[in-house]
Write a protein that binds this ligand. Sequence first.
Ligand SMILES: [Ca+2]
Length: 395
Amino acid sequence: MIPIFIDCDPGIDDAIALGYALCQEDLNITGVAASGGNGATAQVLDNALSWLALAGRTDIPVHRGAEQPLAGATEFAEETHGPTGAGYANLLADRTALSTVGAATAWVEAAHAHPGRLVGVLLGPATNLALALDLEPELPRLLRRLFVMGGSFNYRGNTHPTTEWNTTFDPEAAARMYQSFGEAEQLPVIGSLEATESIVLSPDRLERTVRGASGAAAGWQHWLEHLTEALRFYFEFHESDGHGYIAHIHDPFVLAAAVEWARRADRLVESGPEGADPEEHLSPEESGNPEEPGSSLEHGNLVEPESPEEPGNLEEHGDIPWSRTIRAAVDVELHGSLTRGETIADWLGRWGRAPNAELIKRIDAGAFLDHLEKTLARGPAPWPAPSLDAEAHPG
Ligand SMILES: [Ca+2]
């Protein structure tokens, strides 16, 4: 089993990511942290609890995250995710799984429980992680690897002209994260806006996914009905923002890349140093996935527009599924009156700093969306038995 800790701010694309995680049979979801970002902390906490409970997973502890960013004022995203953060979905509050352990402590405890093995996935602002670093500065060396949705590197933003939402919400926390995790043995993998924006969910694909789930557990079909209601709002938002009646779904990609990366690395270890090609060891039957992530990227199906600001002299990497990545020194602007929260990659090496992040630059979005569709249509297996202890416990 792959131990994983998910820090999020649901959020509609966060909900898809949680659903994707629930569909994986070899994941040990040690905990979910939720804190302010797309909505206030109390609301996103309720959303995380409710999406999980709706899937029968009240066994996964949910941890309350920070109420405020480290510095600066809060700004929420009601117009993007709806007043409750779940679009038009009517989620029933269920606090069964609410833990008395706060998010920062939960990060640290999960890392200590699985030293060197825990995959950390950050799908919201970095506040809890920054607070966890205060509690345990060794966190970057205790985690197996950190995967982050965030940033917009030398690219237009989606919040202020050049800033992405998660980083804008808490720039100090993001800066702290890049600084500390840059010292990790495995550099943190960053799914930034310019890459994840290529993951475009269409209403047609959503409809096909729901239709494809006709053989899944009734409870899962019900979960997908709620997701459809949430996404209807998300489609409308993107249309009002000039993107058309579609949705950019950033978070599920980053989570899936983390899971598949860990799975491939485990297979390489199992097969020994002879198994140098991860593709050879990722049979569809073994992984439970009908396609091989990243394979079409390797075979040149990806249209790769040349980006003038992208370096030609940095080495491209390819061990993140569905992705091409580049390692670079990155940082966050904390003071600019127009650019606070902007993420910057030093393509030219002007700072003279070692790379502290592995940035996803290109994604084979079609292959990933096919994979996501098949995964969500399959649903969790087995569907969890109803909890015998449905009473909400204190705290
Ligand atoms: Ca999110």
